[in-house]
Design a protein around this ligand. Structure first.
Ligand code: FAD
Length: 464
């Protein structure tokens, strides 16, 4: 029996293209490469044994989680073996006193949130792909999502990690301790590393008090600057501001038009809209007057022109379904070049003006569409083709939109990859836009931890 099959068992060593092709397809469908072999280990010991075997054979390794990443990180480049973490899905421990949960890397984000909820605690990570993305995947891409303005990105939620290194050694750093100043915080090297330094096999994550009451509003604003003023108001409103999403009229109108069961929360007469959610841990907290008073003051101060507060759980759920459905509903209208940048929050209005001016000059036939997380300056901007345009033709014509937006973001003091990572699609931007000293330190770390450059080759780092 092949060495790998002996480690994971023949049923979990896939070599037929009919079985492996699925693991080499990008979520967006634009990149694919059939892996030669996919291994599905059951535990950390099996992962370690696979790494030893791969090292002995000089084989490259591609980690795969829920494969919802948007940068082609799990699509292999060159001969390699893919390690899919789907069978490693145990909740190892929930500790409501330490406010922590320890889980296998293959656990789906939503199941971790459910396990925390059963212990009356909150695991706050929340984003459109949470029903498919794995904990190992969100750690490896340092995902952000809707609640990052209150709880931070995944980097802020990780207390400890278990890592299998490229040579098969296991770094057991699954710590629940909140303070630990014993030298370098090694876990941070692996968070956001996209599988280029080692394989995350388990994590200890922070929990928070469960949110028992919440209020949600859909608000119409005239300008991004008005939305920023409203954001500042809501941050000091007296309740936890757990979401402040921001989008353009075309995005929301297409979502309502192409989705199911959606209606206009307010007449869509302004260019911009916000979805705001406040919450509290105490079941008796009176959030409605807080939201009403703040929105009334915002209307008075011309920060917004209309607002609808969700009167029922159904309406609240519809608002969030609408938010999560925007990628699917807008893409029905035509292909788009998507971006994932962040700028300092205060710079968002000027940045959006620059993007609109630049695209009007270079691609006047395209539609600029925006949706994102205003609270952390991460607005996903895309340029949609006129209806009826084929994807290839639009990529040919407007493919440069991504780089142009990235350059504007970096010039505004921001980042060319806010929450989706680098994968293989942004390696070129790393070479062009990343600080050269930072890049040389990254190469030094990579060659120390992975001297044979076998971990997820072709991802994150440009050739050194
Ligand atoms: C509809 C939709 C909405 C999204 N919304 C958001 C959002 O709001 N905010 C946000 O931040 N992101 C968002 N994303 C993208 C997000 O980055 C991914 O969904 C998620 O973080 C990746 O998790 P995954 O398990 O699918 O990882 P994968 O796609 O499987 O992998 C991603 C990368 O991590 C590596 N990797 C995976 N598992 C491991 C492991 N155990 N050890 C080492 N490396 C590993 C892979 O090799 C790859 O390079 C969205 C995606 C979709 C499809």
């Amino acid at each position: 029996m092949d060495g790998f099959a002996a480690i994971v068992g023949p049923r979990h060593c896939l070599t037929e293209p009919a079985d492996t092709a699925f693991y080499g397809e990008d979520w967006r469908g634009s990149l694919r490469a059939t892996p030669a072999m996919v291994l599905r280990p059951a535990d950390t010991a099996e992962v370690a044994a696979i790494m030893v075997e791969a090292a002995a054979r000089g084989l490259s390794v591609v980690p795969a989680g829920g494969r919802t990443g948007l940068a082609g990180g799990t699509v292999p480049i060159g001969p390699s073996v893919t390690i899919s973490m789907e069978r490693m899905n145990r909740i190892r421990a929930v500790d409501p006193v330490d406010m922590s949960i320890t889980v296998d890397a293959g656990c789906i984000v939503e199941s971790v949130a459910n396990a925390a909820a059963e212990a009356d605690r909150l695991f706050p990570l929340n984003f459109g792909a949470q029903g498919s993305a794995h904990i190992g995947g969100v750690i490896s891409t340092n995902a952000g999502g809707i609640r990052a303005l209150r709880y931070g990105t995944v980097r802020d939620l990780v207390l400890g990690l278990e890592i299998v290194l490229p040579d098969g050694r296991v770094l057991d750093d699954l710590r629940r301790v909140r303070k630990d100043n014993t030298g370098y915080a090694l876990r941070h090297l692996f968070i956001g590393a996209e599988g280029t330094l080692g394989l995350v096999t388990a994590a200890t994550l922070k929990l928070y008090p469960a949110l028992r009451v919440r209020e949600t509003a859909f608000v119409a604003v005239e300008t991004p600057a008005d939305a920023l003023r409203l954001l500042g108001r809501m941050q000091g409103c007296g309740a936890e501001l757990v979401a402040f999403e921001f989008c353009g009229r075309r995005t929301i109108a297409l979502t309502i038009q192409n989705g199911h069961g959606f209606r206009e929360p307010v007449p869509l007469t302004t260019p911009w809209y916000c979805i705001i959610e406040i919450a509290a841990a105490h079941a008796a907290a009176q959030l409605r007057p807080i939201l009403e008073d703040n929105l009334a003051a915002a209307l008075e101060a011309d920060e917004c022109v209309d607002a609808m507060i969700a009167e029922s759980e159904d309406t609240r759920a519809m608002l969030w379904r609408m938010r999560e459905s925007t990628p699917d509903c807008t893409k029905q209208e035509g292909p788009a070049i998507a971006t994932d940048t962040a700028v300092p929050v205060s710079a968002v209005p000027a940045f959006l003006d620059q993007v609109h001016a630049m695209s009007a000059a270079r691609w006047p036939e395209g539609h600029v569409m925006c949706i994102g997380h205003l609270g952390d300056g991460n607005i996903h901007i895309s340029l949609q083709a006129p209806k009826g345009t084929a994807r290839e033709a639009w990529v040919q014509r407007a493919g440069g939109f991504d780089d142009a937006v990235a350059e504007l973001a970096v010039a505004a003091g921001g980042s060319f990859s806010a929450e989706h990572g680098i994968g293989q699609t942004k390696v070129k931007s790393m070479a062009a836009l990343k600080n050269p000293v930072a890049l040389s330190l990254m190469h030094a770390i990579k060659s120390t931890l992975d001297p044979d450059l076998r971990m997820n080759p072709g991802k994150v780092l440009p050739p050194g």
